[in-house]
Design a protein around this ligand. Sequence first.
Ligand code: NDP
Ligand code: MG
Length: 384
Amino acid sequence: MTKAITILGATGSVGASTLSIIRENRNSFEIVGLTSHSNAELLAALAVEFAPKYVVLSDVRHIAVLEQKLAATDIQILTGEEGLEFLAIQKADLVVAAITGFAGFKPVFAAINAGTDIALANKEALVAGGHLLMPLATQKGVTLLPIDSEHNAIFQCMMGQKWDHVEQVTLTASGGPFLSMTSQEMYHVPPSRALKHPTWSMGAKITIDSATMMNKGFESLEAAWLFGLDKKQICAIIHPQSIMHGFVKFKDESVIAHLAPTDMKVPISHALGWPERLKITCEKLNLTQISNLEFTEIKEDQFPSYNLAYQLIGDNPCYAIALNAANEIAVALYLDKQVSFGDIYKINAKTIDLIKLTELPDYHSIIDYNNYARNIAHSILPSL
Ligand code: NDP
Ligand code: MG
């Protein structure tokens, strides 16, 4: 039986790995829709190769290229946020949520609301909207299959286990490119260095989040929502080899860990194939060739961003919406060389200090609050 799949963010790093798995397992999948933001050339090439029913280019300015390249096909072309939301509710067995940032929130909400299972890479949607998305998924009978490698690891560790028996879940972090530096030494590192991740190859935004360790803070929030855990049940440690992606400690002191090569194709294929497993080509894990697996604690003074996010688990969701919004602004400014690496933390921490909390935000107020927090983050810039 084939699975009908929609890939939101098909032209990104997760999108590329997803499509490469589908290429290898062509008979198992049929593509409903593919999306990109502005990369019309690549979207057109992927559409020609995978023949989806729909393509969505969310940034309408590049539409002419797409229209011209797909003129001889019957693929329907859509644009904008409305196009994304339309595609997200079309009948599919699985929506792969691989848009980066808060931009993925609306289509993820729409897909869950339509009752479609989600393979979730877009952690920011859950960081900002977990309090809305998780109950909605339960109400609609939607399964959220984590693509993020650590969460996928925990999901796999828990197959056949009971959450009542769990004492703590641990997510591992590579430590990023600046593991041997102090926060002062990191302060002025240029984007070219921060973009060189030692173990993973990923999109720019998550690579910077990994360098600041905000990524691990967001992943802690993501784990809290996905698995219904409180703060003390979640921790993160540094494991520079990125071989063990996560482990679960049970109340009898048993620990079940998940190991895999450092390749996103492994967790993505798990989510795509679930409950079956797919055959994929990727680097093989050979433990005899790995001399040691190291584990150390995350130091608060070295990576303060981790704790900034971690401490928000279980708190008013406004904080996490604001942190995610501020971080998107700060990372974009850093990549554009308008602020320093160290300023990313400052912008984020100051935004958290300045926001005024509201009641538990619903769908529209999450979007409004995201915009409000982005404005607060911008207002901080002159005082940096
Ligand atoms: P990329 O930057 O490589 O790709 C992002 C995708 O989203 C592209 O298709 C891009 O289109 C599209 N996109 C970007 N901005 C918008 C927007 N405003 N509206 C609609 N679409 C948009 O990101 P990654 O693949 O690295 O990451 C995607 C998500 O997966 C993130 O949330 C990340 O945290 C998460 N993730 C990624 C991992 C990885 O290994 N890369 C690992 C674990 C989680 P275009 O190409 O046209 O810009
Ligand atoms: Mg991860």
